[in-house]
Ligand binder design. Structure first.
Ligand code: 4AD
Ligand code: MG
Length: 462
């Protein structure tokens, strides 16, 4: 007989048919006549109830049906008399697939903290919360590809190992095959990278943007969706050292088009999850964050506020609230400032544009005022910055001037500069932090709980 998943069985309408089910025992209760076994196989948040008449099964076998064990059940799918489920399985045959000693199985019936589950990240997928989070993560990954594919964007795989730190987005992880106990040095005593695998210093990418621009300046609209790495030593609930980023890049597109895309994209993803992940969202709304569904609907239904950085600074300076970090034109905004604007002042997502050039990357389009660049950050409730992007500087001389000012070696980026020499066009793009998006959509408050195996300072278990 072909195995049916719990998801299939719970949707099943043909009562009284014979079925085969395989899964993990979540709970077991009952009396000395009958056992009620809740089986979950991760295909859906719900478990299905298996009813076993103890007379029909050897005691030795039933003793092994414990929380965490895996079993296979054949039986009849019948309407359930009990509360909380429509159907259940009347067991005819039970086989143990894998035992699980209840004395040492780390997941007990109820109530583990997220901290505890992080230390047991190899098993946390088996809990309702993490099952829901990672099913939603999957749905979003699919929806992102669908969104861009439906709109004529091409998915471009940009390199994970790169030789430039053009972005300056954060400290980088070095990539080398050197034996760390005997690194070759040249006559001057410096590390001799000509001996290394690539013959030059290399690192893990902090962003696929620069290569993405090369693609957009030929294919019109591209997006990347890949892992990025930042060796920032920041232990916050919103930073990890390895995270996934979605970076669309569009030729013939200015910052307003870029903002329109960002807003439409985020709303599409929220709607997609509301339409396709109802059970999981309802569970999270009940157990993790009671305001979740309301917040998702609110963000989906209201226009984002669009303001300049300078307007934001004015608002913050007038705020009758003491911030830990100073507010002054020219300084970068901190999470507390961003959240004040979104949660207290505008009470909705905010897109800030035209930041001081000194705090932004070299490639951003320079405004005529000589002070600001056409940057845009999308700020979300509870999250702060969820998207960072900009219109790009497409004029060769302005770009070169800025690179000189910032001491960015032109010879390292000769290929980037050539796109401005040969048929340059206006273009824009942004980066969405995938984990920050998942945090917002699931209501989980720590980024370590929305990526299967988080990498953070001093922590790379699993
Ligand atoms: O603002 P960032 O640094 O922008 C870029 O990298 C641009 N090259 C993107 C582009 O224009 N194509 O990062 C983009 C987003 C942030 O808004 C945030 O959501 C996320 O990436 N992010 C992180 N997420 C988790 N952990 C970290 N350490 C992150 N750093 C950035
Ligand atoms: Mg940023």
């Amino acid at each position: 007989m072909k195995r049916s998943t719990v998801k299939e069985l719970l949707a099943f309408t043909e009562i009284n048919s014979d079925v085969l089910l395989k899964g993990w025992v979540r709970t077991r209760r009952g009396n000395n006549q009958v056992a009620f076994i809740a089986i979950n196989d991760g295909t859906i948040i719900h478990s299905i109830q298996v009813v076993a008449d103890l007379q029909s099964f050897p005691e030795e076998l039933m003793k092994r049906v414990t929380t965490g064990s895996s079993i296979s059940v054949t039986g009849k799918l019948v309407e359930s008399m009990g509360k909380g489920q429509n159907v259940e399985i009347q067991a005819a045959e039970i086989r143990i697939l894998g035992d699980s000693d209840p004395e040492v199985y780390p997941l007990q019936k109820k109530g583990h903290s997220f901290e505890f589950l992080r230390e047991n990240a190899h098993l946390r997928f088996r809990t309702n919360t993490f099952g829901a989070v990672f099913r939603i993560r999957h749905a979003l990954a699919y929806a992102i590809h669908k969104y861009y594919n439906d709109r004529g964007f091409y998915c471009l795989h940009t390199p994970i190992i790169t030789a430039s730190d053009a972005e300056g987005a954060g400290a980088m992880f070095k990539v080398t095959t050197f034996d760390l106990d005997g690194i070759p040095r040249n006559k001057e005593g410096d590390v001799d990278f000509t001996e290394d695998f690539f013959g030059r210093p290399t690192n893990l990418t902090v962003s696929g943007q620069l290569e993405g621009e090369l693609g957009a300046l030929a294919l019109s609209s591209i997006y990347t969706f890949g892992p990025t790495f930042r060796a920032e030593n920041s232990n916050t609930p919103r930073h990890v050292a390895e995270f996934w980023m979605i970076e669309p890049e569009m030729a013939f597109c200015d910052i307003t088009d870029n903002m329109d895309l960002a807003e439409d994209f985020l709303k599409y993803l929220i709607r997609y999850t509301l339409d396709h992940c109802q059970d999981d969202l309802e569970f999270l709304n009940k157990m993790v964050d009671k305001g979740l569904l309301e917040r998702l609907r609110f963000v989906m239904e209201h226009p984002f506020e669009r303001k300049t950085y300078s307007e934001a600074v004015e608002i913050l300076m007038k705020a009758d609230r003491k911030f830990e970090f100073q507010v002054e034109w020219g300084l970068d905004l901190q999470a507390e400032h961003e959240r004040y604007l979104v949660e207290q002042h505008f009470k909705r997502p905010v897109i800030l544009t035209d930041y001081p050039r000194e705090i932004k990357a070299f490639y951003m389009k320079q405004n005529d005022d000589g002070k600001t660049v056409r940057a845009m950050d999308v700020l979300f409730p509870l999250i702060g910055e969820i998207i960072g992007g900009s219109q790009r500087e497409e004029e060769l001389d302005k770009l070169q001037n800025r690179m000189r000012e910032m001491k960015i070696p032109e010879d390292e980026l000769w290929w980037y500069l050539e796109t401005r020499k040969f048929g340059t066009v206006e273009h824009s793009g942004f980066g969405l932090g995938f984990e920050r998006l998942i945090m917002f959509i699931t209501g989980m408050s720590n980024i370590r709980d929305v990526i299967p195996f988080p990498r953070t300072p001093k922590s790379a278990e699993f």
